[in-house]
Design a protein around this ligand. Structure first.
Ligand SMILES: [Zn+2]
Length: 113
């Protein structure tokens, strides 16, 4: 599992609900600068899903495991945005616990490690 984990790399792009997103690593400072809201949210510093420019940013300081989880979290933002434009569903109040629980379940069945 560890060997597989080392081989895993963030994709450079991904299509979510018909929308092409680029995936970029950058500094947490850069992510914070690009984020207009949720400035106190730690997950927005670790990553950001920019719906308008269609770029998912992942902090370059994260280790592979953290980057993977953060990518999954930001991906969930993109998925929800692809399903509904209603921001009440795409809030970290919901997405944070949802992504944690979902990640735990995926690990339980070895879908992710
Ligand atoms: Zn978030």
């Amino acid at each position: 599992m560890r060997t597989k984990d080392k081989k895993w790399r963030l994709p450079s792009k991904i299509n979510v609900a018909g929308i092409d997103y680029k995936v970029k690593r950058c500094s947490a400072k850069e992510i914070k600068r690009r984020s207009n809201c949720h400035k106190d949210d730690v997950y927005e510093v670790m990553g950001l899903c920019d719906y308008s420019s269609r770029i998912i940013y992942i902090s370059s300081r994260l280790n592979p495991q953290e980057a993977k989880f953060t990518f999954a979290h930001e991906l969930l933002h993109a998925v929800v945005d692809g399903v509904t434009q209603d921001d009440t569903y795409n809030d970290d109040q919901i997405l944070h616990p949802l992504s944690r629980v979902f990640w735990g379940v995926l690990q339980e069945v070895n879908l992710v490690n």
